[in-house]
Design a protein around this ligand. Sequence first.
Ligand code: DXP
Ligand SMILES: NCC(=O)COP(=O)(O)O
Length: 253
Amino acid sequence: MAGAEKSQSSLRLGVNIDHVATVRNARGGQYPDPLRAALMAEQAGADGITAHLREDRRHITDHDIDALMSGLSVPLNFEMAATPEMQKIALRHLPHAVCIVPEKREERTTEGGLELAREENRIGDFIAPLREAGCRVSIFIAAEPAQIEAAARIGAPVIELHTGAYCDAHVEGKFKERDAELERLRDMSTFAKSLGLEVHAGHGLTYDTVKPVAAFPEVMELNIGHFLIGESIFLGLEPAIKHMRILMDEARA
Ligand SMILES: CC(=O)[C@@H](O)[C@H](O)COP(=O)(O)O
Ligand SMILES: NCC(=O)COP(=O)(O)O
């Protein structure tokens, strides 16, 4: 794999490059190029790249997915809504991983996890061809027993726990709420692992919030994007990623 400084840690870092595309799309054209950022992330030690092809194409585009699929040396984690269009795109590209996420056109960001318990049969049928095609399927869910049990029942090998509520509570200074959210994430990581699921986590993580989540021994992968792309304005992309990697490794030591 590319990236000489790749960590030996059991905790993988997936760098989400969606918001490089957000900046590019603010002016149209081709700059800054998400693939260039992804290749730099590889060099900085990212274990994988995450990209969310939203139905409204507000950031990542179909062309970006083509370019990432042919240009990356590390695995692509393709985030997608559970729609026929996205399933077709995933089956055409066969990325290493697909992560099924909820999507609402009007939302500013992915506000919660997929309501899997309510849609168990549909999502089970939806992921079957992706699994048969060899993609590692994960489901982006809230840290709730009902969602985790549903993920296990439909045979999803991986879940990604939404860390947004924990991160938002930290930013808003609601520390009791933050600690309760963290506790929930910890308990649900343990519960998911006990059901045989591989546990990932992500959304809204920053230097201030990453360590307690990285410390959970059940968590195998963190996906982090918006903060890292923002921080790269101040530090540069490689140093921003390397610092995140250091914090993750410290939490795990
Ligand atoms: C699913 C997830 O948490 C990320 O992919 C996130 O959705 C990307 O950023 P936006 O929500 O801003 O599109
Ligand atoms: N799945 C979460 C992700 O890819 C990154 O989310 P964020 O760090 O951009 O909020």
